[in-house]
Design a protein around this ligand. Structure first.
Ligand code: RTP
Ligand code: MG
Length: 139
């Protein structure tokens, strides 16, 4: 994966609340090209592995349960400066602190159920994209 890509998930809360279309509209309007996408559900083990970096945090168990409770949309996005620009588009982790117009401000429920994931580095974008997609699924 090249450094102009990031990885995202529309999380179970946003899927449950009917926000897939609204979130994809924000993403594509902001200039991100979808190069891979799937509707899927994480198993408990998948969520534990995906969020292993947080396994010492107090919210880890709650996070794993939340992320595996229903379907998600996983996608790889392409744009110049993708990682940083996407983090700006989604807004702060806590939607109460997220800027106006950001995806989390518009669609998130609270700090735990915050509608979307965005990779925090080029290295993690590549690891997370490869977690969900094979080379043949990326266009
Ligand atoms: P993400 O990885 O999902 O894009 O979110 P982030 O970088 O903004 O936040 P991070 O610190 O990486 O946390 C990962 C996810 O854990 C949940 N969380 N819950 N209950 C809590 O205090 C708490 N804090 C974080 C959120 O779902 C957060 O996005
Ligand atoms: Mg994070």
């Amino acid at each position: 994966m090249t450094t102009n890509r990031t990885f995202t998930m529309i999380k179970p809360d946003a899927v449950e609340n009917g926000h897939i279309g609204g979130i994809l509209e924000k993403i594509t309007s902001a200039g991100f090209k979808i190069v891979a996408m799937k509707y899927t559900q994480l198993s408990t083990r998948d969520a534990q592995e995906f969020y292993a970096v947080h396994n010492e945090r107090p919210f880890y168990g709650e996070l794993v349960e939340f992320m595996s409770r229903g379907p998600i949309v996983a996608a790889i996005l392409e744009k110049d400066n993708a990682v940083d620009d996407f983090r700006a588009l989604i807004g702060a982790t806590n939607p109460a602190e997220a800027a106006e117009g950001t995806i989390r401000k518009l669609f998130a429920s609270n700090i735990a159920e915050n509608a979307v994931h965005g990779s925090d580095s080029d290295e993690n974008a590549a690891i997370e994209g490869a977690f969900h997609f094979s080379g043949r699924e990326i266009y």
